[in-house]
Ligand binder design. Structure first.
Ligand code: ADP
Ligand code: ZN
Ligand code: ZN
Length: 733
């Protein structure tokens, strides 16, 4: 072999390193971003080329050969490639796993980059007829037919259709069988404006103008607009402008199955040039949507967290809706924040990025105050809608019956008389969160977690919400055989039952992850609410997410106090965000809204802020507290976590980690706290412990981590635990 070249490859293994390979003489050299098939021990794996070098730590003649180069051109566009490299460094996560996260799962195997032609769908005559004869309760099918009617003869790309409705593949198959819809093979559909935008109000216009003025360059915006202020209309306007100039837009949303309506609004405005990317797609659907984005045949990519790595050859704008939402942060393995990656991406690509929320994260508020982000404000609700009137109900002074106070029951009754809709927000699913014995004090506990079991009615099981373990509830106390078992607290099921008892003729619908086990049910439920087929909607935080239900005039919050006294320093922030978001579901239409919040701590200042819709005031106080405590956003946190099936090893590992890091940490201005057991030490049978690091200088922190994590990999104690690092942790357990 002459002129040996070393190819550095990122492999799908949890190691913070690249692997060196060489090419055979008749192989053409791959370039960064291409996939290669290589031998790894006794397996063959698909990796991504990250670089070339003239030398290797291993003697070059002993390097193994690349088996095959899978791509003719880089699969990862240069921008995504650079972004993934940044993310691996910033989150200190193994580069191979980061690169894998940036490509569709199908392409992590030996497969051609281009998918087979993406099908388009069109409505047939039989479908037109079905639309008028099919009973309305077939919401999903109606919906698909209606969308295809508006798409016209060109039809709609499969992914766009599939993004609209859950369990879409089976629905589409069924409708094809019946001859209602048919496949057309069009390459792509040009963006046709299908529904006219409303006339923007002056705040919306100012916001659009400011974003427009960025002129396609990197400017980070914080679009701070109260619930229902028309942020989505601002996104739509900016996206439409971006598209009309021939550029692509990326729109990130927290969860698509919860907000199918948002997809519809984009669809209606942008037509078939939308690709939807979310976890509900099959691998094939995902691959095709990804490919359309990469080819540039789709003008807009609308997706959840991982869509932040979608390739865009002509990037023009990035939008992150509900930027405060926790689901942007991946909770295991590669723990990135899609919001933060999106901002970095905008910077690398030199395009504007808009972070929108009615309750921005304190990080973003701080960035806006320091001038790093440009703040755009939508101070009032759009159209005729007003902010709802919020009233706090003191649980210490009111009688409570199955979680409900008399004012709440009265207010719901009034809505029923007026044929308006109510939303009842309960923080927990299930029937009751505690089953205990009044004679000996026994409580139903999970065997595998440090947690109590929740009683669920329908299935009649005691279920652990942390590990899913479940058991039949006992008839008598397992400890003393006494028969005085009692239930404490209310979950959604108990409240639903109580409401049905109080209002027997009301149409009560429960919405939580038990009821909406399946996203098709969820879409049907949401559409039933919108069509006024539900009087009272009972549910968990699923209800707080961005829904636009015009008919809801009352929102009742039964119990949210836990957040105030959470062990997590972000507890109050999250609680306030959730309260403000759920309150924001009231009175979004013509009629004014009312919000009733039951609490045991009515004097907590957070409630006074809520009554005044004063998120800024809340943020001021919270930021001052964070500053005094040197907490984020005024410091950088990193959490080192360890877990094992035995209780000793995690803490042993973390103590050794402190020992090998102490001296350098002090030099770098990084504080290593005491290793501690996690707040819920045992979860799913594993013992967990954590070590918090705090630093004020980001650069020094990352240099320290580079060195320290490499040392940890060599620790003897590391072999007995599973450990991981979480940069900018969002949950402190
Ligand atoms: P947000 O995203 O801030 O919650 P939306 O964009 O969903 O707000 O707007 C809330 C409601 O107000 C929607 O029903 C929307 O169609 C309507 N709306 C938005 N902007 C306007 C406007 N300029 N004029 C009239 N109605 C509007
Ligand atoms: Zn007992
Ligand atoms: Zn459990």
């Amino acid at each position: 072999m002459t002129d040996a070249q070393v190819v550095q490859v990122a492999l799908p293994v949890p190691m913070r390193q690249l692997f060196d390979y060489s090419c055979t003489d008749n192989q053409s050299l791959p370039v960064p971003g291409m996939r290669v098939m290589v031998p790894l021990q006794k397996r063959t794996v698909v990796g991504i080329v990250c670089g070339m070098s003239a030398q290797s730590a291993v003697p070059i003649r002993r390097l193994r050969h690349i088996i095959r180069v899978l791509d003719d051109e880089p699969l990862l566009t240069p921008q995504v490639f650079a972004l993934a490299q940044w993310a691996a460094r910033y989150y200190h996560h193994p580069i191979g796993e980061v690169m894998q996260a940036a490509i569709p799962s199908l392409l992590r195997r030996d497969r051609p980059a281009a998918p087979r032609v993406a099908p388009h769908w069109r409505i047939c005559d039989a479908g037109q007829q079905a639309l008028s004869t099919l009973p309305m309760r077939y919401h999903v099918q109606h919906h698909v037919l209606q969308v295809l009617v508006s798409a016209g003869t060109a039809g709609l790309a499969g992914e766009a259709l599939l993004g609209l409705v859950p369990r879409s593949s089976s629905t589409v198959a069924l409708m094809t069988d019946r001859g209602w819809i048919e496949q057309v093979t069009a390459a792509s559909v040009s963006p046709v404006p299908l529904s006219a935008p409303p006339r923007l109000n002056s705040a919306q216009r100012d916001a659009c103008l400011a974003i427009d003025k960025a002129n396609g360059n990197y400017v980070p915006f914080l679009l701070d607009g109260v619930t229902g202020s028309g942020k989505t209309e601002v996104y739509l306007d900016c996206v439409a402008k971006t598209v009309s100039r021939g550029f692509q837009a990326m729109v990130l949303v927290p969860e698509i199955s919860l907000t199918p309506q948002l997809v519809e609004r984009f669809q209606a405005r942008l037509g078939g040039s939308l690709a939807v990317l979310h976890s509900g797609l099959t691998p094939g659907e995902r691959h095709r949507a990804w490919w359309r984005s990469r080819e540039g045949s789709t003008a807009v990519v609308l997706g959840t967290r991982s869509a932040v790595f979608a390739p865009l050859p002509r990037p023009g704008l990035i939008i992150v809706d509900e930027e405060h939402d926790l689901s942007y942060k991946q909770r295991d393995r590669f723990r990135y924040s899609a919001r933060d990656v999106a901002v970095k991406r905008a910077q690398l690509s030199g395009v504007p990025v808009v972070l929108g929320s009615a309750t921005p994260s304190l990080e973003s508020v701080a960035n806006a105050r320091s001038g790093r982000y440009r703040r755009l404000v939508l101070p009032v609700r759009a159209g005729v809608a007003q902010m709802p009137k919020v009233q706090i109900l003191d649980l210490n002074r009111l009688a409570v019956n199955e979680g409900l106070t008399a004012p709440v029951v009265g207010a719901i009754g009034k809505r029923l008389e007026r044929a308006e809709q109510s939303l009842v927000f309960v923080n927990r699913r299930g029937f009751a969160p505690l089953l205990g014995c009044s004679e000996c004090g026994w409580q139903a506990q999970c065997q595998r977690c440090d947690a109590r079991l929740t009683l669920h009615r329908g299935s009649n099981r005691l279920i652990c919400h942390h590990c899913g373990a479940n058991a039949l509830p006992p008839h008598c106390c397992p400890q003393c055989a006494g028969e005085s078992l009692y239930l404490v607290g209310e979950g959604t099921q108990r409240v639903e039952e109580a409401l049905l008892r109080i209002f027997p003729s009301a149409r009560v619908f429960r919405l939580d992850s038990d009821a909406a086990g399946d996203s098709q049910d969820l879409a049907q439920a949401l559409s039933a609410v919108r069509q006024g087929e539900v009087d009272i909607l009972v549910g968990t935080q699923m209800l707080s997410k961005g829904h636009d239900f015009a008919g809801i005039t009352l929102v009742c919050v039964l119990a949210m106090d836990q957040g105030l006294y959470s062990i997590d320093f972000r507890g109050p922030e999250r609680m306030f965000q959730q309260l403000a978001q759920v309150a924001g579901r009231a009175g979004r239409g013509q009629r004014p809204g009312e919000v009733l919040v039951q609490t045991e701590h009515p004097d907590n200042p957070a409630y006074a802020r809520l009554v005044q819709h004063d998120f800024a005031g809340f943020a001021n106080t919270a930021l001052a507290e964070r500053k005094a405590a040197a907490y984020p956003p005024f410091a950088r946190f990193v959490l080192l976590r360890a877990e094992s099936a035995r209780s000793g090893p995690p803490l042993d590992f973390l103590r050794s980690a402190v020992r090998v890091g102490k001296a350098r940490a002090a030099q770098a201005g990084v504080r290593l706290m005491e290793p501690v057991p996690s707040p819920m030490e045992r979860r799913a049978g594993r013992y967990r412990a954590q070590l918090l690091l705090a630093a004020s200088n980001e650069g020094q922190l990352h240099r320290f981590l580079d060195d320290w994590l490499a040392r940890l990999e060599g620790l003897r104690e590391a072999t007995r635990v599973r450990w991981s690092v979480d940069v900018d942790p969002q949950e402190m357990y």
